[in-house]
Design a protein around this ligand. Structure first.
Ligand SMILES: Cc1ncc(COP(=O)(O)O)c(C=O)c1O
Length: 428
């Protein structure tokens, strides 16, 4: 439903109408036989029912502590879970860096949110006045782009290559904003450093450091934060883990880390987290207490037990095997069906759940174009790339598509890519 003529609702609500995610879901539901290569869902069969049952049983058989788990919790989140998450992140960073850094991040800097989307929204809401700017990769996670827009901020897209945001392009974007007298509007640089959604790219450790240095150097008029959205860090299928930006900024002066168990455990439990610079603790906490004064405690206690009893990492290992075979299937069939079509290319992601596909320039993959309608009729749906571009900066490429391999079996991926390739050959 569109409510463009409804004067009772706010401008923000009007502006949020018609989100691509709901439209795409509607389209997918309209045809039960459609192969959705669009959904950001995780694999249903791999959801950790048994591990969750064990942890939930424990939470609910603990006498008074069980009652506590069914109470309101604290605004910042369950203390034990926060500590476990922080310890795990530091351990991973030290292992990836091959040496131990002196972390002085305190537990007070750790927040639990119902999913990392809430954390990202809170950050944007805390940092941005109308017209303020967040620089991000081009393309970027469209839900975050939408949230910034909804708050009245602007996103500016920065050019990327196979390693994510190009530091010299980031520098050039900041120079341009400085010349235009707009540097004081730049509040943050948003990155998804591991297996970006949608680009599939991963920042090298060097690049992560460089981006952090750029943020520090350009923090002349006010601080420019770097948001490191690590939603897919655990879903690596190839290569070695790299230290998070947190490792180069161990007391979190500029870095905001966002993380989630949605992809690596269960989005139904929906527990996410943030590691925040000390100067944002109070303001983000205030915003959060306006919103929900604490994430659901039952879910947090279940996750604390999952971590404590070492049920998480074995599950992640299983997931990696499942998703890797689907990733390989998608890359294989893209190569088989589209490998010799001029103008088609994609990045061979080493983790995460997405492949970013570029089609010949003559094809407009957008919501209003004939190509999408025809693809849906033929039985496949994808996320049009146009949604993943910032409001300004790098121009949107309307011939792009975000594909996901998390949900479909290898057979369905084969069928989906075959149908898609037939459409490409028909419309190019
Ligand atoms: C890059 C990225 N960040 C954050 C999220 C948010 O996940 P959740 O709110 O379920 O933690 C997602 C979900 O798809 C994502 O792709």
């Amino acid at each position: 439903m569109t409510h463009s003529s409804n004067s009772q609702v706010s401008r923000r609500a009007l502006q949020a109408a018609g989100q691509p995610i709901s439209q795409l879901m509607g389209m997918a539901l309209s045809n039960p036989n459609i192969i959705s290569l669009a959904a950001g869902f995780v694999d249903n069969a791999s959801l950790p029912v048994e591990a969750t049952r064990i942890a939930a049983d424990k939470v609910l058989s603990a006498g008074e502590a069980s009652q506590t788990a069914l109470q309101y919790g604290s605004n910042n989140g369950d203390q034990q879970l926060r500590q476990l998450i922080l310890d795990h992140a530091i351990e991973m960073n030290n292992a990836a860096a091959g040496k131990t850094a002196e972390y002085n991040t305190s537990i007070d800097q750790v927040f639990i949110t119902p999913g990392s989307n809430q954390l990202l929204f809170l950050i944007a809401d805390t940092l941005l006045n109308p017209g303020d700017i967040i620089l991000c990769a081009s393309p970027s996670y469209f839900v975050f782009i939408g949230a910034v827009k909804n708050i009245g901020g602007q996103t500016i897209g920065v050019a990327t290559d196979q390693d994510g945001i190009i530091p010299s392009s980031l520098e050039a974007a900041l120079e341009t904003l400085d010349r235009a007298g707009e540097l004081n509007r730049v509040k943050a640089i948003y990155t998804v450093p591991y297996f970006d959604n949608p680009g599939g790219t991963t920042l090298t450790a060097e690049r992560g450091k460089e981006i952090l240095e750029i943020a520090k150097r350009w923090s002349r008029e006010q601080k420019i934060y770097v948001i490191s959205d690590e939603a897919y860090r655990m879903l690596r299928y190839q290569g070695e883990d790299t230290p998070s930006m947190h490792h180069w900024d161990p007391s979190l002066e500029h870095t905001i880390v966002a993380g989630t168990f949605s992809k690596s455990f269960s989005p139904g439990i929906r527990v996410g987290w943030g590691f925040l610079p000390a100067d944002l603790q109070g303001p983000v906490g205030d915003q959060k207490s306006n919103l929900d004064f604490g994430a659901p405690l039952l879910a947090q206690r279940i996750m604390a037990n999952v971590l404590q009893d070492e049920l998480w990492l074995p599950h992640v290992d299983k997931l990696r095997a499942v998703y890797d075979s689907r990733r390989l299937a998608m890359l294989h069939y893209l190569n088989e069906f589209l490998g010799d079509v001029p103008g088609c290319h994609w990045h061979e992601t080493r983790g995460g759940l997405c492949v970013w596909l570029t089609l010949p320039e003559s094809i407009d993959t957008g919501m209003q174009g004939e190509f999408l309608k025809s693809a849906v009729e033929a039985g496949v749906i994808y996320v049009p790339g146009e949604y993943c571009f910032a409001s300004q900066g790098e121009s949107p490429n309307h011939s792009t598509i975000r594909l996901t391999f998390g949900v479909q079996s290898a057979e369905s991926i084969e069928r989906g890519i075959r149908i898609l390739s037939e459409q490409v050959k028909r419309w190019q």
